[in-house]
Write a protein that binds this ligand. Structure first.
Ligand SMILES: *[C@@H]1O[C@H](CO)[C@@H](O)[C@H](O)[C@H]1NC(C)=O
Ligand SMILES: *[C@@H]1O[C@H](CO)[C@@H](O)[C@H](O)[C@H]1NC(C)=O
Ligand SMILES: *[C@@H]1O[C@H](CO)[C@@H](O)[C@H](O)[C@H]1NC(C)=O
Ligand SMILES: *[C@@H]1O[C@H](CO)[C@@H](O)[C@H](O)[C@H]1NC(C)=O
Ligand SMILES: *[C@@H]1O[C@H](CO)[C@@H](O)[C@H](O)[C@H]1NC(C)=O
Ligand SMILES: *[C@@H]1O[C@H](CO)[C@@H](O)[C@H](O)[C@H]1NC(C)=O
Ligand SMILES: *[C@@H]1O[C@H](CO)[C@@H](O)[C@H](O)[C@H]1NC(C)=O
Ligand SMILES: *[C@@H]1O[C@H](CO)[C@@H](O)[C@H](O)[C@H]1NC(C)=O
Ligand SMILES: *[C@@H]1O[C@H](CO)[C@@H](O)[C@H](O)[C@H]1NC(C)=O
Length: 459
């Protein structure tokens, strides 16, 4: 390995963040007022009124909650009844091992897990080197700061229980990641000490998707075999537990090694590293918590609203205004200089088992998740760009596989990034087996470092 590569690597590796922050979590805890609410209980389901504004008039939505089938919103009414069918579960993805061959004939040519890299970094002939190794799917993104990339976020990523109205996605997290989801958002609950941090929607009685640790273990396995991918995990601390509660599940899942801590608190757009830097450091996961983070105690558990803001949460308004809702009352000038997330999931608010819950407006997904048109994700990105001078970093969606075509949410992100999207890639693609590829990361990263340092030396 040439000296330049070693020094480049050690430069990145030495850049370990050191800081302390007195995170004050005096956040606005209020969630937006739902526009309306219907009452639907498991024992007495008849008709309840709900009004939901939709971009194209009254809609019929079939909602599925366990033994309860709710056929809802016909001209402003929710109609429901006991379940009477046995609709097939969404077909689960077939798992097949991916081909992961590694040929390292020369230092600068490699066929790795996610694509091809070719570059010429030999001094002498001095050809202009270029990196063709994709970072998060596109070589163009490697030298962009994390704060300068638009990625799709799976809203409530773990909530994939078939026939449960409290679900938000069809495909489980491995499919999500394979298909291009790079933000994983979800609620965490702490029902009791035995269960520990759990993935529940509104309440563990409504939907319990297991432990945080088990979910993170799955994600960590994917990161092991996908060394060029950078993701964010954005969590809700629904029971407002102390931040140290999060250490154990991340540790037991083997995730700590991958966690990135920004070099200073309240990082602005300028302060974030490029995807390539995060990949070289192998610190490829940013973890944020909405409430009660304290980076003095747990440095990698970022206080979300010190680093990014969000448009209205759990929106029930299909106009999707791109206003900053959380943190509340933040100066626009501060907001302009921070990452932000567009919440682009349209909800209707119902009451199930005595719990008020927002559930996705299923039948509108083809419009909501579309590239263009009223209420679409693409339009929301355009509106946000017009308002804030740059597209959102995170596009949060329900049921990402639906849209005006399968994968249209990724097209919207690709458009925002100015890169191309292969429409045949989505969705529910075969999940790579967690094959033993222990050295892939080392090899891949050293080659990648060679390419980048070659670039640095040449320019
Ligand atoms: C099942 O319920 C739906 C709507 O609730 C109804 O239209 C349909 O006729 C029912 N089917 C049977 C077999 O009862
Ligand atoms: C890399 O170079 C090899 C040999 O020149 C060539 O066969 C291959 O197609 C190139 N791959 C890419 C992605 O450019
Ligand atoms: C990233 O920077 C490019 C070039 O300035 C810009 O066109 C794009 O909108 C930016 N994207 C984000 C998410 O900031
Ligand atoms: C703890 O919570 C879990 C999830 O709600 C539940 O299944 C379990 O029965 C609870 N255990 C105790 C001891 O309360
Ligand atoms: C954060 O943690 C530090 C160290 O435990 C503590 O001194 C400080 O009071 C905490 N801050 C808040 C806001 O809880
Ligand atoms: C970070 O931002 C939060 C508000 O988002 C503020 O309360 C806090 O003082 C800031 N911390 C530093 C160190 O600037
Ligand atoms: C975007 O802006 C237009 C024009 O102001 C508005 O009609 C629309 O509702 C906004 N949002 C979306 C998602 O289309
Ligand atoms: C979008 O909404 C506006 C106002 O609500 C309407 O005039 C227009 O026809 C709609 N466009 C489409 C394509 O539905
Ligand atoms: C997308 O994929 C799902 C299955 O995952 C399918 O039911 C749906 O009809 C597809 N098409 C669109 C336009 O979303």
């Amino acid at each position: 390995m040439p000296l330049s590569i070693i020094s480049l690597l050690s430069f990145f590796l030495a850049a370990q963040p050191v800081f302390a922050q007195d995170a004050s979590s005096s956040e606005d805890l209020a969630s937006p007022t739902p526009i309306s609410r219907s009452r639907v209980t498991s024992s007495s389901i008849s008709t309840a009124s709900v009004s939901v504004a939709t971009p194209s008039g009254p809609q019929t939505v079939v909602l599925d909650y366990g033994s309860v089938l709710v056929t809802s919103i016909v001209g402003g009414s929710v109609v429901g009844g006991p379940r009477n069918d046995s609709t097939a579960a969404p077909s689960s993805a077939s798992a097949s091992p991916s081909s992961q061959s590694t040929s390292s004939g020369s230092l600068v040519a490699i066929t790795g897990t996610n694509g091809n890299s070719n570059a010429t970094a030999t001094a002498g002939s001095r050809p202009r080197p270029s990196n063709t190794r994709p970072c998060n799917g596109h070589a163009e993104l490697c030298n962009r700061k994390l704060s300068n990339v638009t990625m799709v976020v799976a809203h409530n990523s773990p909530f994939v229980v078939p026939h449960n109205a409290a679900s938000n996605q069809v495909y489980p997290v491995l499919n999500q990641l394979e298909d291009g989801i790079r933000g994983l958002q979800f609620e965490t609950h702490y029902p009791n000490a035995t269960a520990g941090l759990s993935l529940c929607h509104t309440s563990c009685d409504l939907l319990d998707a297991g432990t945080l640790e088990s979910y993170l273990t799955t994600v960590r396995g994917w990161l092991d075999t996908h060394p060029y991918e950078v993701i964010a995990i954005i969590m809700g601390n629904d029971n407002r537990v102390p931040p140290a509660t999060y250490i154990e599940p991340f540790q037991n899942a083997g995730m700590l090694q991958y966690l990135y801590t920004p070099p200073k608190p309240n990082a602005t757009l300028e302060d974030w590293p490029t995807l390539a830097q995060m990949i070289l450091l192998n610190k490829r996961v940013v973890v944020m918590l909405d409430y009660l983070a304290n980076q003095t105690e747990v440095p990698w558990l970022l206080d979300e609203f010190s680093y990014q803001w969000e448009t209205p949460f759990s929106p029930t308004d299909p106009a999707f205004p791109c206003t900053a809702q959380r943190p509340s009352n933040q100066d626009d000038e501060v907001s302009r200089n921070k990452m932000y997330m567009a919440n682009h999931n349209l909800n209707i608010d119902v009451e199930l088992l005595g719990q008020s819950i927002l559930i996705p407006a299923y039948t509108l997904l083809d419009e909501i998740n579309a590239v263009s048109g009223n209420g679409s994700l693409g339009r929301n990105v355009d509106n946000c760009t017009a308002m804030w001078g740059r597209p959102p970093n995170w596009l949060l969606v329900d049921y990402y596989n639906f849209g005006n075509f399968n994968g249209s949410v990724f097209q919207a992100a690709a458009d925002a990034n100015g890169v191309s999207y292969n429409r045949n890639d989505c969705c529910g693609s075969a999940v790579a087996s967690a094959a033993a590829d222990t050295d892939i990361h080392k090899l891949a990263v050293s080659v990648f470092a060679a390419i980048l340092s070659g670039c640095l030396l040449m320019f």
